[in-house]
Structure formats: C-alpha cells, structure tokens
Write a protein that binds this ligand. Structure first.
Ligand SMILES: Cc1cc2nc3c(=O)[nH]c(=O)nc-3n(C[C@H](O)[C@H](O)[C@H](O)COP(=O)(O)O)c2cc1C
Length: 142
C-alpha cells in the first residue's frame, strides 16, 4: 500500500509542515511540500493532504494543486489543517476533491496554531491509525 503526505505551509513557524511531518512519521514516509513537488507524481492508496487558511481562504497554490489532482492517482484522501479557528481549508478541499470523484475520509486532523507542540504526538498517532484503517471495499450486486 502506498501512502503519501503532502502539505502547503506558508508562515515561518511551519505549523502545517510540522503536523505533516508528524503524520508522515506515524506512517513511516516523508512529508513533501507542494512547493517542492507541485504535482502528485505517484499513485496513492492513502493521500494525506493539508493546508491552512490565510485571510479566510487557503493558499492559491494549494487550491490549484487540489484542482489538478488526477483522480485515477488517488484512492482515498485524508485531510489535515492548522489555523487560529477556521476549518474552512478542510471543507473547501473536501468539496473540490469530492467534485472530482475522489473519496475523502470524513475524519480529519486539526491543530490550533498555538498548540502545535502539544499536537505532535496526536498527529503521529493519527497518521498511524488512518494508515492501518482498511480501505472501503467495493460491493457488487450479483
Ligand atoms: C496572513 C495570515 C492570515 C491568517 N488568516 C487566518 C484566518 O482567516 N483564519 C484562521 O483560522 N487562521 C488564520 N491564520 C492563521 C494560520 O492559518 C495559522 O497560523 C496556520 O497554522 C499557518 O500555517 P503554516 O504555518 O503552515 O503556514 C492566518 C495567518 C496569517 C499569517
């Protein structure tokens, strides 16, 4: 099973990057910034994707990244976000991805921007738990 973790992180604090790295550590893979890899270039059974809101909207490059994801490359997306209060990034990403026919896990990870240190262990455990979760199987009528 191939699991990838991608994120968009803009402030010098790197809040979303730190959560992405913790999730990736839990999974046992490397987190990669979309600034370093602007297009998903490998198939993902589970695709962790995270970002943050800036003035109430996600970074334009994250929006573009999500819009350009090839649905045939991704089986399931798990979202994460950091912010002061808003979960808007998760909601907006979910809407975009679902409209492309990509399956998005209802559960997501949120860390408040001032509580990143406290959330690292939880993010690690989240990655581990979501990676172990069985993918939904298709059912067929016969
Ligand atoms: C210019 C700017 C605008 C922001 N606007 C919002 C906002 O509208 N709502 C919110 O909840 N947080 C807002 N935040 C907080 C960021 O979403 C939060 O610090 C986030 O953790 C940043 O992630 P990053 O360090 O990975 O870039 C803003 C932060 C900055 C710097």
């Amino acid at each position: 099973m191939n699991i990838v973790v991608r994120y968009c992180s803009k402030t010098p604090f790197g809040n979303t990057r730190r959560i992405a790295e913790a999730i990736a550590e839990g999974v046992g893979v490397q987190a990669v910034s979309i600034a370093d890899e602007p297009k998903l270039n490998e198939k993902a059974d589970i695709f962790f994707l995270g970002g943050a809101p800036y003035a109430n909207i996600m970074a334009p490059e994250l929006r573009e990244y999500a819009n350009n994801i090839d649905p045939s490359m991704v089986s399931k997306v798990v979202l994460f976000t950091t912010s002061n209060w808003s979960r808007r990034t998760v909601l907006a990403l979910k809407k975009t991805l679902k409209s492309k026919g990509i399956s998005v896990c209802e559960e997501y990870f949120f860390a408040h921007m001032l509580k990143i240190d406290e959330k690292i262990e939880e993010a690690r455990a989240f990655g581990q738990r979501m990676a172990k979760r069985k993918l939904p199987t298709r059912s067929y009528f016969i």
